[in-house]
Design a protein around this ligand. Structure first.
Ligand code: CO
Length: 661
């Protein structure tokens, strides 16, 4: 580092207690502990009551900003924590009156998972400004900035900070190649500057950015745009501290960190070692390590409430990201999906298929939701394509992407596959080149109408508009119209300590189990029943003893799936609906061509009814698997003789969905 060492080595031992040297160009720090920290480590379950007690001390640190809202917080707060999402910034503001609040805004997706109408986007951002958000980190999964046009208006109207974001992506192991090269990032940064961005953020959500790529990228951006450059890099792959340091050497203006207890793993580098690393250099943060330690102590103290949510692998880094450039969350989704389809041995085939599928889908950045769309399409191609036909099973979301509903892809999609995907597509067979929200009708009037008598103000209406099902449920809790379920209530540290004590006892073998009862001999009168519980199938034998029936033995027919070891990682999108209790499909009639479920899933709807004429390849029904909707097509031409399932029903792979004769 140039002009970095102002002191001789003999002074280094004294540095920790020395007041920081005033640097010419101090690096600015945005703290993410209150949002991305717990979103990355604990499925966004951080509660306001655990943030408030330390807020006033955080104020004294001198952060450039603190990220406190947005991303998945709005969803988890109203869904899992029984918290009004709007309350958090309002309450924190009272204790942090001067530190600017940053939120992560998903462009036209706001804090949800689809594009919302313009009237709703404007209303949402307007309310976010009024409720205390100062800096809007705005991103789009395709880096299509037309998806920013609407949300910028209220940000500017309220004179707030518009941070334009570039999602960092790669098509090979390091930066470069035909799409994600220096020219691409410089072009994107200039677009943002021209749109009125106050800062540009490079958002490396998967921890892909290599330290020297960070160096050259920041150098290039600093030479090309005037506005400050901000780097956001997750630690996931283990490179982020090095990347931040090289970015600092290249002149990056602002970086993102977390307090040590909620740093690292899939979260962010910790601030404390960086403060020491930069002490007495030209980029000295000026932070007081003792003050940071005071804040960190609080998070150490409350962490027992969240520990059970932490990924319990030994390794703190995920070298899968280095091997496949696949975001950690996307990889675990692929593994789960293949396992559900009984095709776990196909993972390497999926890795081989991914680059081509992504290329055919326009080399989109791999970030929610595009990572799921591309990943699931690659799985579908591996499982269902034949040597004669590719893209046999195209999900509805892939079709939307080929249509242009998410926006413009970085490079054009494959024209042949696009044509195939849009055959019979409800919005039209010609791809759409406009701004995605232009095809969405206004939503706010309907949101007001739907919440009449329940919502008290526009913030309530927006909770419903964003998440109609769980939003309405939350409003019912909020206004005492429905009892609040125990699982959304907070736990105290005392309760956590008791639980930990029990686990300790169990591990030491001190928990005495009740002796198992002897199983009586099975008599001749035993009758067998099939019992279905949560998707698992048990054969139960029941025998009457002294007039009362008694269960003599329960044998799982298919080994039940083991309970997940760790709590589910932050789901990209919440499960659409609780899986309906599976009912057996109607027994198919004899004869005719049987349309079988190609994968386990849930019946969304049938597009045909009994008696309809269909041609081979016509869509018979829509099956949802892994949150993606798949069109299931007729295996032969003829008449629909039988529809075997009902809407909402769960089906297994191979179940007959319809008979065509
Ligand atoms: Co992040």
């Amino acid at each position: 580092m140039e002009n970095s060492h102002r002191h001789g080595t003999s002074l280094i031992a004294k540095l920790i207690d020395e007041p920081p040297v005033k640097a010419d160009n101090p690096i600015k720090i945005c703290d993410l502990t209150f949002r991305d920290g717990h979103q990355s480590l604990f499925a966004t379950r951080g509660r306001t009551e655990d943030l408030l007690p330390i807020a006033a001390e955080m104020e004294k640190v001198g952060f450039w900003a603190m990220e406190v809202w947005g991303g998945a917080t709005f969803d988890t707060m109203h869904r899992f924590l029984n918290e009004d999402p709007w309350e958090r910034p309002r309450q924190l503001k009272k204790l942090l009156p001067t530190t600017p609040f940053l939120m992560l805004l998903r462009g036209q997706n706001l804090v949800g998972y689809r594009n919302y109408a313009d009237d709703m986007a404007e209303a949402f951002v307007d309310r976010a400004c009024i409720n205390g958000i100062d800096v809007f980190r705005t991103f789009d999964a395709l880096n299509d900035y037309r998806n920013f046009e609407t949300v910028i208006k209220p940000i500017k109207k309220h004179k707030k900070h518009f941070q334009g974001t570039i999602c960092y992506s790669l098509t090979k192991a390091r930066m470069g190649g035909e799409v994600y090269n220096l020219e691409y990032y410089v072009k994107k940064a200039k677009q943002l500057e021209n749109m009125g961005a106050d800062t540009v953020c490079v958002k490396d959500m998967a921890g892909l950015i290599a330290p020297y790529d960070a160096y050259y990228l920041v150098k290039a951006l600093k030479e090309s745009v005037k506005i400050p450059i901000h780097l956001h890099s997750h630690f996931t792959s283990g490179m982020a501290d090095l990347a931040l340091l090289k970015a600092i050497e290249a002149g990056v203006d602002i970086i993102d960190t977390c307090l040590a207890p909620w740093a690292y793993r899939s979260s962010h580098p910790a601030i404390e070692p960086l403060v020491m690393t930069l002490r007495s250099t030209n980029r000295d943060t000026g932070f007081d390590l003792h003050q940071l330690a005071k804040c960190s102590e609080h998070f150490e103290k409350i962490s027992p409430k969240y520990r059970h949510l932490l990924d319990d692998r030994m390794s703190t880094i995920d070298i899968g990201v280095l091997l496949h450039q696949t975001p950690g969350g996307m990889l675990s989704n692929l593994i789960n999906q293949l396992r559900d389809m009984g095709a776990s041995d196909k993972l390497n085939d999926v890795f081989a298929a991914l680059p081509q599928v992504r290329k055919e889908m326009g080399q989109v950045p791999l970030v929610t939701p595009t990572s799921q769309i591309v990943g699931i399409q690659a799985v579908n191609n591996v499982l269902f394509d034949t040597p004669e036909e590719r893209y046999k099973m195209i999900s509805a979301q892939s079709k939307d992407l080929f249509f242009g509903l998410y926006g413009e892809t970085p490079v054009p999609v494959d024209k042949e596959i696009q044509k195939k995907a849009l055959k019979g597509y409800p919005r039209g067979e010609e791809p759409f080149g406009g701004r995605p929200a232009d095809v969405i009708d206004p939503e706010m009037a309907k949101n007001w109408e739907d919440t009449k008598g329940l919502a008290k103000d526009i913030d309530d209406v927006l909770i419903y508009g964003m998440y109609p099902m769980t939003g309405k449920r939350f409003l019912n809790w909020k206004y005492g119209k429905e009892p609040i379920p125990a699982e959304v209530l907070p736990k105290t540290l005392e309760q956590c300590a008791k639980e930990a004590e029990l686990v300790k006892k169990a591990k030491a073998g001190l928990l005495v189990e009740k002796p198992a009862k002897e199983v009586p001999e099975k008599g001749e009168g035993a009758r067998q029943f099939n019992v279905f519980i949560d998707g698992d199938y048990f054969a139960v034998e029941v025998e009457a003893v002294g007039g009362a029936p008694m269960i003599t033995g329960i044998a799982p027919v298919a080994a039940p799936r083991p309970a997940p070891v760790a709590a589910p990682k932050p789901a990209a999108a919440p499960a659409a609906a609780p899986a309906a209790a599976p009912k057996a499909a109607a027994a198919p009639i004899a004869g005719g061509a049987k349309l079988e479920a190609p994968m386990p899933g849930m019946v969304i709807r049938y597009e045909v009814k009994e008696g309809d004429a269909v041609k081979e390849g016509d869509v018979v029904m829509i099956l949802e698997a892994m949150k993606m909707e798949n069109s299931i097509t007729a295996p032969a031409s003829g008449t629909v003789k039988q529809v075997c399932c009902k809407e909402g029903q769960s089906v297994q792979k191979g179940d007959v969905l319809a008979v065509i004769g």
